[in-house]
Design a protein. Structure first.
Length: 115
């Protein structure tokens, strides 16, 4: 799915700070390590500094998962487990719109669902 999404290619082309430093996403250990996609250190040669990095970054996915949970809670139609058809619906676009301003969920939801 990562390869099909084109995300890595887009990050390689566009994900740089104003000082041209690479901006990276943080993924779980299943993802490949790339300049723009960081993952936890793994293997037998982990140093204490690497352990500290892994520990500090382990809190990041939890806060992101909380945000995903909030968005799905506010916008129930985005929960693909409840029969949202990923190939037949503009899931990505709907999610981005909902995530861009979750505090407007009641106003947006009533307008969005009235198409």
């Amino acid at each position: 799915m990562l390869a099909d999404s084109g995300l890595i290619r887009n990050l390689e082309q566009h994900a740089f700070s104003t000082t041209r430093e690479p901006i990276a996403l943080y993924g779980d250990p299943a993802y490949p390590l790339r300049v723009h996609l960081q993952v936890p250190y793994r293997g037998a040669g982990i140093t204490p500094q690497m352990e500290l990095y892994n520990k500090a970054m382990s809190a990041v996915p939890m806060s992101v998962e909380w945000l995903f949970g909030d968005i799905v809670n506010y916008f129930k139609f985005l929960d693909f487990k409840k029969n949202l058809k990923i190939s037949l619906s503009a899931v990505g676009k709907m999610y981005v719109v909902c995530a861009s301003n979750p505090h407007e969920h009641s106003h947006f939801r009533s307008r969005f669902l009235c198409f």
